[in-house]
Design a protein around this ligand. Structure first.
Ligand SMILES: Cc1cc2nc3c(=O)[nH]c(=O)nc-3n(C[C@H](O)[C@H](O)[C@H](O)COP(=O)(O)OP(=O)(O)OC[C@H]3O[C@@H](n4cnc5c(N)ncnc54)[C@H](O)[C@@H]3O)c2cc1C
Length: 450
């Protein structure tokens, strides 16, 4: 795209590179839990092969960019492990190994893995990597600026409409006219006809970073939920980045307990968290992302999301596919990730699960208003006929409307990160009620009527 004559404009509601991508574990990895057995059993060997090829290509693309542009972003080639401590998972990992070997990947077997991560069986591959996504993306942003890409930060797009042959993208103060639009905003809310809530669910995870004297050049992840994932990060100090616990955002709503669990598990493996945070990603029923056209035959409105917690590779893949679509070139992965693909009936369960968890979270919200998750520092009451929430801290009082403007779910107070979180589609608001993460388009700040 850099060499095309297209006039490109990048718009972000916050600061570019500070969304979900800022808070990942930063692995560039094609050994993604048990993805290949899943794709073979539900689609075909050919799809598994194509997916593997796409992930390897994305890792190579990141490495090439880093080398070419000399980006200092802690890129390191490492081995990546998938492990389990459950008897019934061992055969599944062995099956994954078999499939990978038939795709000419060298796979190693292990019983024990470092630290006190209980493991019965593990496999690893050698040609994967870790990096620092924020440093990488910040340099890409600089390169875009130098290539005259216009950038508008702190500019939230609240509506997109097609007028004649142009899209009008509206923000609070301005409108941007564009011939082609890419929605790479994690959870696009604009897509009513696309029914994203039924085609995805949101997975939330809890992560910490702890200082360590050790440094292993490996990454680890469990083959199934509950997820444990680990990598090392070298800077002025050595860190372990440890993820413990992932769940559908509609369940496990006691965030304080989930963070406590993270800290307790971290201590069990001998590390003492210095930083803790949560992050979430969009999951699709078949674990393949949604990249491409969202209306049949219309290559002017494009989507990139549903990265299934592997957005470092899948986001890169999205860049390659979408630029090919825009420049009218055929891309061999386009059909695999087509957002309009019809999943075969074997994925029906996934859709039913999304629908039922959406319904469950609405009912829970409307009937109980998430009361079971109220914490002592938060008070809920009704004012002027509206449900409000009040948080008190150090003599300050923060008042917000207790309703997510996206679809009306009542909110949960995240005591650890000090945010109001929507348990339906993961919108987040700061203490003052400012929306810091979509799909909500609006703030929930309460204003007293005179
Ligand atoms: C715990 C966890 C660990 C992970 N670890 C890994 C890993 O090790 N390796 C890996 O490959 N992947 C990993 N992932 C997945 C990866 O982090 C995500 O898939 C990826 O960051 C998503 O990128 P994105 O561009 O879709 O979203 P984002 O990075 O959130 O970018 C979207 C941008 O859109 C902007 N935006 C949103 N709405 C609007 C609007 N209305 N107007 C204007 N701008 C808007 C936001 O401000 C944001 O900057 C992990 C995910 C999680 C949850």
């Amino acid at each position: 795209m850099r060499d095309s004559n297209l006039k490109i404009c990048l718009v972000d509601q916050g600061i570019i590179a500070q969304g979900t991508s800022l808070k990942t574990t930063g692995k560039l990895n094609y050994l993604q839990e048990l993805i290949y057995s899943n794709l073979v059993s539900k689609y075909s060997f050919e799809v598994a092969k194509l997916y593997l090829e796409s992930q390897k290509l994305a890792i190579k693309a990141v490495k090439d960019i880093i080398d070419q542009e000399q980006i200092d972003c802690n890129f390191e080639q490492v081995s990546s492990f998938v492990f389990t401590n459950k008897e019934d998972e061992v055969d599944k990992i062995k099956e994954e190994k078999k499939i990978l070997e038939s795709l000419f990947i060298k796979v190693n077997e292990h019983k024990n893995i470092p630290l006190n991560l209980n493991s019965l069986y593990a496999i690893s591959v050698n040609d994967t990597a870790i990096f620092h996504p924020y440093k990488y993306l910040t340099k890409l942003k600089k390169l875009c600026k130098e290539s005259n890409v216009e950038m508008y930060e702190k500019t939230k797009i609240t509506d997109i409409k097609k007028v004649n042959d142009k899209y009008i993208c509206k923000s609070n103060n301005y409108s941007i006219k564009a011939k082609k639009v890419i929605l790479a905003c994690h959870y696009p809310y604009f897509l009513r006809p696309f029914l994203l809530p039924l085609k995805t669910y949101i997975e939330k995870s809890y992560i910490c970073a702890a200082n360590t004297v050790d440094y292993y050049k490996n990454t680890f992840i469990t083959s199934s939920l509950p997820c444990k994932s680990l990598r090392y990060h070298k800077s002025d100090k050595n860190y372990i980045i440890f993820l413990n616990g992932s769940h559908n955002i509609c369940n496990n709503l006691n965030y304080t307990k989930n963070f406590e669990q993270l800290i307790s598990e971290a201590k069990q493996i001998g590390i003492n968290p210095e930083y803790i945070w949560s992050n979430d990603d969009l999951m699709t029923p078949d674990r393949i992302p949604y990249i491409g056209k969202i209306q049949k035959g219309n290559s002017d409105l494009l989507l990139a999301t549903g990265f299934n917690t592997w957005g470092m590779t899948n986001g890169t893949l999205a860049g390659m596919i979408l630029s090919d679509i825009i420049l009218g070139r055929k891309n061999k992965f386009e059909d695999m990730v087509d957002p309009l693909r019809v999943n075969n009936f074997k994925y029906l369960n996934g859709y039913l699960l999304n629908i039922s968890s959406n319904i469950k979270s609405y009912v829970q919200n409307y009937v109980y208003k998430n009361k079971q998750w109220y914490t002592p520092c938060v008070k809920f009451e009704s004012r002027n006929g509206k449900s409000i929430a009040i948080y008190k801290e150090k003599g300050n009082e923060y008042i917000v409307y207790n309703k997510c403007p996206h679809l009306g779910c009542s909110l949960i107070f995240n005591e650890i990160e000090k945010t109001w979180d929507c348990p339906c589609h993961a919108s987040r608001f700061n203490l003052e009620g400012k929306c810091i993460k979509g799909p909500s388009n609006y703030n929930i700040s309460y204003k007293e009527k005179n």
